[in-house]
Design a protein around this ligand. Structure first.
Ligand SMILES: [Zn+2]
Ligand SMILES: [Zn+2]
Ligand SMILES: [Zn+2]
Length: 129
């Protein structure tokens, strides 16, 4: 059974994001799945995976978008998480702090779609343990 090319590429992108311990930017992802598809396809796949609640976007302090795996957002059919993200100034890695959640109360009639909570600092690895 051979999967259509795009399905294969989509799975490859999703696998890389699920396997990574930190969020990946679009160029990083492209480097990893190079040969499977081109840049435009990676971009489209990422958009689709976000829409399917499989991954979420994180805006880094420099404005670049990064992508990280979701935990059960697809079963809830919404990006229900409100956790913080940590962006390291040394290694430039950005990770989900899944346990650190923030409760945001919006005025009525405002509907939340995405929430970007990013803290910049030095991660444990860069502090030398
Ligand atoms: Zn999500
Ligand atoms: Zn670091
Ligand atoms: Zn996250």
């Amino acid at each position: 059974m051979s999967l259509p090319r795009n399905t294969k590429a989509k799975q490859a992108v999703l696998d890389e994001i699920n396997r990574s311990t930190y969020a990946l930017s679009q160029p990083e992802l492209f480097e990893r799945v190079k040969g499977t598809c081109d840049r435009v396809t990676v971009y489209r796949i990422l958009d689709r995976l976000v829409a399917e609640n499989k991954i979420h976007r994180i805006v880094n302090v420099d404005g670049t978008l990064n992508y990280a795996a979701c935990n059960q957002c697809d079963t809830h059919n919404t990006h229900a998480h409100d956790h913080l993200h940590f962006s390291c100034l040394e290694c430039k890695k950005i990770e989900c702090l899944s346990e650190q959640s923030v409760h945001v109360q919006l005025p009525s009639h405002y509907q939340i779609k995405e929430l970007f909570l990013t803290i910049s600092g030095i991660c444990p690895t860069c502090q030398g343990g």
